[in-house]
Design a binder for this molecule. Structure first.
Ligand code: E4P
Length: 218
């Protein structure tokens, strides 16, 4: 299972990288805006910095919603570095663009996926990754995790090569559930990844080990 960090914040990417467990980064226009990155040149430069910080894949999203615009933007993004993956929204023009990128050797991440049907379209178009948004589905009282189970099963039925990249992850338990479901990748905020560290028995156990050591050596 691969761990991606879902942020455009360079410090957080570095912190995740320093744990030695980071396999890649996902960004989106909202995350870029949160870092105050605007203007094409600055945006491309910021993606270049991120791509340079990690060995794994970095998803960079197109803003265009028409086929031609997505192709032009995607080509610019893909040219930044070999580990840039072009993130394309699950809309009609997006599926056309995914097919074009696949035919032209450009790797893609199909984003804003909220149904198994959309995930089938992404796989048929040859997307490298599909990003189902668990948390945003949970927000509507539907069960986001069920979508991960469904997509993993459907892709296995047909041997689709598209990797299931579970996104919009809100809790450490989401990560565990994704692992059980067989998601290929989880992308999470750093804080959520760090939630995996937490167990009170670890803290209590360590405190006792150190206290016992200090009784004789302190
Ligand atoms: C993934 O690629 C998306 O950028 C992200 O996971 C969305 O998460 P959110 O629903 O917390 O904004």
């Amino acid at each position: 299972m691969k761990f991606f960090v879902d942020t455009a914040n360079l410090e957080q990417i570095k912190q995740a990288f320093d744990y030695g467990i980071l396999d890649g980064v996902t960004t989106n226009p909202s995350l870029m805006a949160k870092e105050g990155i605007s203007g094409e040149a600055n945006i491309l430069e910021h993606y270049a910095k991120i791509a340079n910080m990690v060995d794994g894949d970095v998803s960079a999203e197109v803003i265009s919603t028409d086929f031609q615009g997505m192709i032009e933007e995607g080509q610019k993004l893909a040219a930044i570095a070999p580990n840039i993956v072009v993130k394309v929204p699950m809309i009609r023009e997006g599926v056309k663009a995914l097919s074009w990128f696949t035919a032209n050797g450009i790797r893609t991440n199909c984003t804003l996926v909220f149904s198994a049907g959309q995930a089938i379209l992404a796989a048929k178009a040859g997307a490298t990754y599909v990003s189902p948004f668990i948390g945003r589905i949970d927000d509507t009282t539907w069960a986001g995790m069920q979508l991960i189970y469904d997509i993993v099963e459907i892709y296995a039925n047909y041997g689709f090569a598209t990797e299931v990249l579970a996104a919009s992850i809100r809790t450490a338990n989401h990560i565990k559930e994704c692992a059980i479901a067989g998601a290929d990748v989880v992308t999470c905020p750093l804080k959520t990844i760090e939630g995996l560290f937490n167990h009170p028995l670890t803290d209590i156990g360590l405190e006792k080990f150190l206290a016992d050591y200090n009784k004789l050596n302190g």
